[in-house]
Design a protein around this ligand. Structure first.
Ligand code: 13P
Length: 238
């Protein structure tokens, strides 16, 4: 079985979310995590049988932080997972390692599982520095956390050049990178963590990707907003 996590980003309006929930409600979604826009978290929690995750979390606890969503609030409505450091947020909101440490600490305090996103740009891939880049992204966060809790983190390896482009690494490249990630975390922190692959996962490539035993699951963007495609991927990951 592979873990399926849908990141619906800011793709859908409310009526489209309701339609998605309605059309998938007769399927067993109880092992699939869906991360909708925060304005729809409650809809999924009330009306669907998905496990619900947030796309982000605030750095600070409850209090005077206008516009932020605190982990305490996410926990109070039943959110079980949260993405942290998605490449779109690292780029657009300038999220840095210290910010991600704060976010993960807030999640730990509230028993919410962090899904830490890492990945290299096209340029970094061409320069052959993928492992340096993702190694740094892991260590700058892991070094700053309570070492006894590291095992609770899920890593999502998402090459930035693959997100939304239809391009994906070869199975050999994914296997090589995920081996590097897992080995680094065993060697340096003596921990085993689950690692997901993300970037243009769709119904056309899921069978091929599933051949990689090392991949513990997928973080799916665009295809998680399309009912038939998402159900198909879920059926292939049972
Ligand atoms: P796509 O599946 O649309 O490429 O997006 C991947 C992603 O960014 C999931 O977090």
């Amino acid at each position: 079985m592979k873990l399926v996590v849908g990141n619906q980003k800011a793709y859908l309006k409310r009526d489209e979310v309701l339609d998605f929930i309605e059309k998938t409600k007769n399927y067993d979604c109880s092992e699939t995590i869906i991360c909708p826009s925060s304005v729809y978290l409650d809809l999924y929690l009330d009306k669907s049988n998905y496990i619900v995750g947030s796309q982000d979390v605030g750095e600070r606890p409850l209090g005077a932080t206008t516009g932020e969503i605190s982990a305490d609030q996410l926990n109070s409505i039943g959110v079980a997972y949260s993405l942290v450091g998605h490449s779109e947020r690292r780029k657009n909101q300038h999220e840095t390692g210290p910010m991600l440490i704060n976010k993960i600490n807030r999640l730990f305090e509230n028993d919410i599982t962090p899904i830490l996103c890492i990945g290299e740009t096209q340029e970094e891939k061409e320069l052959n520095v993928t492992k340096d880049v993702i190694g740094k992204q892991i260590m700058e966060v892991f070094d700053g956390l309570d070492q006894t809790k590291l095992e609770k983190i899920i890593i999502a390896y998402e090459p930035i050049w693959s997100i939304g482009t239809g391009l994906i690494p070869t199975n050999e490249e994914i296997e090589d990178t995920i081996t590097y990630i897992k080995d680094l975390i065993v060697d340096k922190y003596d921990k085993r963590v689950a690692v997901l692959y993300g970037g243009s996962v769709n119904k056309g490539n899921i069978d091929e990707l599933n051949k990689i035993d090392l991949v513990d699951g997928y973080l799916i963007g665009g295809a998680s907003t399309k009912v038939e495609e998402f159900l198909y991927i879920m059926s292939k990951c049972e």
